[in-house]
Design a protein around this ligand. Structure first.
Ligand code: SAM
Length: 271
């Protein structure tokens, strides 16, 4: 028996025109569609006049539903996976179904298409040569502090997802680390109220106001190291970028290959 394929089908992140011809063809051809939110998917299918059986696959039923989907694939059925919006597998349960199918030797066929990550990045004005995506920040205080610290030590552009009700607190948590780093908020991408808010952390906080609505991507400019600086200049550069003094001493010593104690002495006269 020939087993079926799992097609990963990206769907629009706002504007319904952002769907490829290939995704539309696959949605028409498969035996059924596994959808994270069936009501949302029905709206998309109605718009394109596609009628297809749906099965729900989301965070809370992914184990039982995953087994059902795999059984259908083993019976030779072709399945398309769509999530709420964007590319399945990016910060959604799609990745678990992909893993399950690979473990079961089922062919997984990824289709290219929209995702909030690259849409935000290319409009941000930040460096696109090297970037890193860190998904949603952890909620536990200690893990969160560690991740935020990592974000501001990262040399590449950092992209994260954030919810509107948390964004102001998150930006305030960034403040001690952010220094003069450029921050970009990409809001409501591809939708009528699409907006990019750019600036330093203080500028972004004042532009964003007290109430933030809609979907958001946050981007942080990578940390820029400057070579050929004296130890004093290098420490100052690190501290101005939001890194604390202890860490700045460590990084300077490492960068210049001199003992930490020597670098530390240079900071003793600082207030
Ligand atoms: N799989 C999706 C993708 O490929 O982008 C992401 C799913 S994740 C559960 C949802 C998050 O993506 C939102 O909370 C928001 O951070 C971001 N997002 C999705 N659509 C967006 C949009 N139109 N504008 C800005 N951010 C968006």
């Amino acid at each position: 028996m020939v087993i079926g394929n799992l097609y990963l089908c990206p769907t629009p992140i706002g504007n319904l025109e952002d769907i490829t011809l290939r995704v539309l063809r696959i949605l028409k051809e498969v035996d059924f569609i596994a959808a994270e939110d069936t009501r949302q998917t029905v709206r998309l299918l109605n718009h394109y006049e596609i009628k297809k059986p749906l099965i729900s696959y989301h965070e809370h039923n992914k184990v039982s539903s995953g087994i059902k989907i795999v059984n259908e694939l083993k019976l030779g059925k072709n399945v398309a996976l769509v999530t709420d919006a964007g590319t399945p597998g990016i910060s959604d349960p799609g990745k678990d179904l992909v893993k399950l199918c690979i473990d079961e030797n089922i062919n997984v066929i990824p289709l290219p298409g929209p995702t909030a990550i690259t849409t935000a990045l290319i409009g941000s004005g930040l460096d696109t040569n090297e970037f890193t995506f860190m998904g949603f920040l952890p909620t536990k205080k200690k893990d969160r502090e560690e991740v935020i610290n990592n974000i501001f030590h990262e040399k590449r552009t950092v992209i994260i997802y954030e919810a509107p009700h948390r964004i102001i607190d998150t930006l305030n948590e960034f403040k001690p680390y952010a220094g003069d780093r450029k921050i970009v908020i990409a809001r409501e991408l591809t939708k009528i109220h699409e907006e990019f808010i750019r600036g330093t952390i203080d500028e972004v906080l004042s532009k964003i106001g007290n109430e933030v609505k809609g979907e958001l991507v946050v981007l942080v400019e990578g940390f820029k190291e400057v070579i050929n600086l004296s130890p004093e200049e290098l420490i100052k550069k690190y501290i101005d970028s939001g890194i604390d003094k202890k860490e700045a001493v460590k990084l300077t010593a490492k960068k210049l290959g001199i003992p930490k104690s020597e670098v530390y002495k240079l900071t003793l006269n600082d207030k």
